[in-house]
Ligand binder design. Structure first.
Ligand code: SAH
Ligand code: SF4
Length: 407
């Protein structure tokens, strides 16, 4: 097994910033305060200025200092000299037949990430990314086949929420109280590209802005961080972020989990569960979500379901069963529907909610685990994927020498 289980973020070339003005997006309250004072804001005013700026930026969606009408003209000029308000740029938007929207988003350095908006009855969920690609190599995950990785900045993470609000036209109309508006984005999930706990500080700072009453104003109970199980950071997430937690479990024995979620070799199941039992505020209304991807013939038997129930005993939990989303070259197949239902039934009868996640946005490759920017060229081929998954070598396709290079 050669799959890396360390946090090796390959340095990617980044274009030099075009200006040396500091981006206000993504700065925590204390850093914003410091930046304003350094630019000449009197200390006694700094706290008020932070609140005013946050309201303009995160509650009203204003990107232009001149539109900040409660600030004096010369103060606006000072802000313009020192600062910018920038969010990543939408390159393309695909809309699925089921209303799911996928955005391909360009960040500094020309790299691309994906963001998905999933409208449902009574709520709308935005699935955001924390890294370009992922250093981990879960064998069923398309993102994990992308080689190049860089951490996103807090601005790029909270900026994903802002650009989706731009596209959905969600900013409140001038003169309306933002708190009275219906929110199209009512929930955030860190389930896009990347392992959020390998980019802890930026994810934390962005989520603190998302939760702040003067920031994006979403309740911490409407934000879910999904991790493959970076055990040492789980307690820290509880302390410093306090959002809901989802664990990509996918297997109930170390033997299988080592293969399909390789970080398990570093933090095995027993250690993971010790950290989960200690997660703060666990209760019936604040449950841990266990994600379990249904892979045909791999982890979907009745015995697996019963073992899952034994493993989570005593933890307030919900089991999210995800029918495997196939991607070109994937070494697995989705479990049959009857099998998924039989599995769900066993878990449900043991007293746990066991919703089967309806695949959304499959026609635009927006479904969970399919995210990978099409333009990142360096990637593994299906032979490497199969080798890492411990599967037989795929059939070789003989092509003409002049045929285009596809995997
Ligand atoms: N890195 C984090 C968050 C991003 S992945 C994590 O692993 O938790 C979000 C979820 O999608 C995870 O549960 C992941 O295991 C799952 N997933 C990945 N590839 C998938 C696929 N092809 N089909 C279904 N779910 C997949
Ligand atoms: Fe990374 Fe999560 Fe994909 Fe695993 S499932 S490779 S941790 S994004």
């Amino acid at each position: 097994m050669s799959a890396p289980i360390v946090q090796d973020v390959l340095p990617l070339p980044r274009k030099l910033p075009e200006t040396d003005r500091v981006n206000l997006v993504g700065l925590t309250r204390p850093s914003l305060r410091e930046a304003l004072i350094a630019a000449g804001t009197p200390e006694v005013q700094a706290k008020m200025r932070v609140n005013q700026l946050w309201q303009w930026i995160y509650q009203k969606g204003v990107r232009d200092f001149d539109a900040m009408t409660n600030l004096a003209k010369d103060y606006r000029a000072l802000l313009k000299d020192h600062f910018a308000i920038e969010v990543p740029e939408i390159v393309t938007r695909s809309v699925s037949a089921d209303g799911t929207r996928k955005y391909l988003v360009r960040i500094a350095g020309g790299h691309e990430i994906e963001v998905v908006y999933i409208p449902e009855d009574g709520r709308g969920t935005l699935c955001i990314s924390s890294q370009v690609g992922c250093t981990l190599t879960c064998t069923f995950c398309h993102t994990g086949t992308q080689r190049l990785v860089r951490n996103l900045t807090a601005a790029e993470i909270v900026g994903q929420v802002m650009l989706a609000r731009d596209d959905l036209g969600e900013w409140p109309k001038p003169g309306r109280n933002p708190k009275d508006e219906t929110r199209l984005i009512s929930n955030l999930v860190l389930m896009g590209m990347g392992e959020p706990l390998y980019n802890f500080e930026a994810v934390r700072d962005a989520m603190l802005i998302a939760m702040d009453g003067e920031g994006i104003s979403l309740s911490r109970r409407r934000i879910t961080l999904s991790t493959s199980g970076v055990v040492p950071e789980i307690a820290r997430a509880g302390r410093e972020i306090g959002c809901m937690l989802a664990i990509s479990l996918h297997a109930t024995t170390d033997e299988l989990r080592n293969k399909i979620v390789p970080i398990n070799r570093k933090y095995p199941i027993a250690q993971l569960f010790e950290a989960l039992r200690a997660y703060p505020k666990l209760s019936n209304s604040e449950r841990i979500t266990f994600e379990y991807v249904m892979l045909k013939g791999v982890n979907d038997s009745d015995a697996d379901a019963r073992q899952l129930v034994r493993l989570i005993a005593g933890i307030p939990a919900k089991i999210n069963l995800i029918p495997f989303n196939e991607w070109p070259g994937a070494p697995y197949q989705r479990s049959d529907w009857d099998r998924i239902e039989a599995f769900a039934n066993i878990v449900y009868k043991a007293g746990y909610a066991s919703p089967i996640r309806t695949p959304r946005g499959e026609d635009i490759m927006a479904a969970c685990g399919q995210l990978k920017s099409a333009t990142e060229r360096a990637r593994k081929n299906r032979f490497q994927i199969a080798a890492e998954a411990g599967l037989p070598e795929p059939e070789r396709i003989v092509r003409r020498p002049d045929a285009p290079d596809v995997h």
